[in-house]
Design a protein around this ligand. Structure first.
Ligand code: UD1
Ligand code: CA
Length: 453
């Protein structure tokens, strides 16, 4: 049967104590709902509907390219009521998979199993065994072990509260039947809400099978109600991502001190020291070594390159056999070719460093092209900004830039130039010559230090 996914995301999340709607709270740097949308995308459903309400248009506005239908649940009268808002969008012959916007770590593989268990004559629910089931709906089974109903914690008696099998909230049901059952829901319970969970009893009564798939790990179905749970899920996510990478062959010195928040692709024998964060898309070649306290966002690092401690690398491309850091900052559009060295307290922005170029200490390179084997001395600065416009600096191959040089852009340094230390270069320099700009050093005869009066 074709699949429609319905994601419930209208709830307020009172216990977050936040101005931000709960489903927009970040996990691994992305909104909770973004993680659920990714899982839904992995299922190749015919359509996905998101029920939103609390936080209003802020929620759809956060996902302009989601390619889903947004359905408003203006007042929140419970999970059954929420699903009912989406049902006009769903044809009778579809299967409906219900996901929660605040249950972010649910895995495509588990959902596929759940979907396979549902059909014309069966609904399936995703349950989970919890040592502390407080707050969750409990899965009540009959004498034969079949699922009979779900009872909410607040409505459960002592015997029911002793059950450890809990409802994750995720379920899959045939749309036509679900529509009937939702239409007949009552809100005569302790919370005065229309419970989605009450469709289980209706399904059993109509002679359908109710199949429970038990989630392989609790983390997969844990929801976020407060910031403590949010941090716990962040830990689970961190662990899961580190495990994935370690199993592909990356050495991660301490998986508890490593965060991969976006897609990472790696070559062989990559080494990652402690307190490293990857954000966005990160690509690492073979034998790349990343030192401690490094943040890499949306960047590519070539084979055999070493990133030393305390570097921040953002939207940069680093070639093979480079050495970066310690304490280097590569900003957007930094492009380092092979065998380049960028050392401590060097900032590179929108600049290209060609093969073998070196800038080892205390330097700013912005809007610049640095030729092959150029040596940029300590304290060199490309003065690229005149207060209004940005200008380019070009340094030809094989040049040697003396320490403390100011290169006032736009300016070109000819190939093979030598620039004397301390120069302020405002005009293009001829290649293969020594250029310097410096007032003559003088020593004043007869000068005396002032004495104390
Ligand atoms: C629900 C389940 C419970 C299960 C638990 C798992 C019901 C009645 N209970 O309880 O069995 O153990 O989840 O976490 O289904 N929502 C809406 N509109 C509403 C109400 C809720 O969109 O009117 C959304 C919320 O944003 C949230 C999800 O539905 O994403 C679950 O709602 P919540 O109030 O957290 O349900 P629980 O009481 O936790
Ligand atoms: Ca909840």
């Amino acid at each position: 049967m074709p699949l429609s996914v319905v994601i419930l995301a209208a709830g307020q999340g009172k216990r977050m104590n936040s101005d931000l709607p709960k489903v927009l709270q970040p996990l691994a740097g992305r909104p909770l709902l973004g993680h659920v949308l990714d899982a839904a995308r992995g299922l190749e459903a015919a359509a996905t509907c998101v029920v939103y309400g609390h936080g209003g248009d802020q929620v759809p506005a956060a996902f302009p390219d989601a390619g889903v239908r947004w359905v408003l649940q203006a007042e929140q009268h419970g999970t059954g009521h929420a699903v009912a808002q989406a049902m006009p969008q769903v044809p009778d012959d579809h299967l409906v998979l219900v996901l929660y916007g605040d249950v972010p770590l649910v895995q495509v593989e588990t959902l596929s199993k759940l979907i396979a268990e549902a059909g014309e004559g069966a609904i399936s629910i995703l349950s989970v065994m919890l040592t502390d089931p407080t707050g969750y709906g409990r899965v009540v089974r009959d004498g034969a072990g079949s699922v009979a109903r779900i009872v909410e914690h607040k409505d459960a008696n002592t015997k029911e509260r002793a059950i450890h099998e809990c409802n994750s909230g995720v379920m899959c049901a045939p749309a036509g039947r679900l529509r009937e059952w939702l239409g007949a829901l009552k809100n005569d319970n302790s919370q005065g809400e229309y419970y989605l969970t009450d469709v289980i009893v209706a399904a059993v009564r109509s002679g359908l099978k109710v199949r429970a798939v038990i989630a392989p790990t609790a983390a997969e179905v844990l929801g976020v109600n407060d910031r403590l749970q949010l941090a716990e899920l962040e830990t689970a996510y961190r662990r899961q991502r580190a495990v994935e990478l370690m199993l592909t062959g990356v050495t991660i010195v301490d998986p508890a001190r490593f965060d991969a928040r976006g897609p990472v692709s790696v070559g062989r024998d990559v080494y990652v020291d402690v307190n490293v964060v990857f954000e966005g898309r990160v690509k690492l070649g073979d034998r790349v070594r990343i030192g401690p306290n490094v943040v890499i966002s949306d960047s590519e690092i070539g084979d055999d390159t070493e990133i030393l401690a305390n570097c921040v690398i953002d939207r940069a491309v680093v070639g093979p056999r480079c050495k970066v850091g310690p304490f280097a900052r590569l900003r957007p559009e930094a492009l380092l070719h092979e065998d380049v060295h960028v050392g401590n307290f060097v900032e590179v922005k929108k600049s290209e460093l060609k093969r073998g170029a070196k800038a080892n200490h205390l330097t700013y390179l912005g809007d610049a092209t640095i030729g092959e084997k150029v040596n940029v001395g300590a304290g060199t600065i490309t003065c690229n900004y005149d207060g209004v416009n940005k200008w380019r600096t070009e340094i030809g191959d094989g040049s040697f830039i003396g320490s403390g040089t100011m290169l006032v852009a736009p300016v070109k340094v000819g190939a093979g130039s030598t620039i004397g230390a301390g120069s302020t270069i405002t005009r293009d320099t001829p290649g293969d010559k020594l250029t310097l700009e410096r007032s003559k050093q003088v020593t004043i005869p007869g000068w005396k230090r002032p004495g104390k009066k």
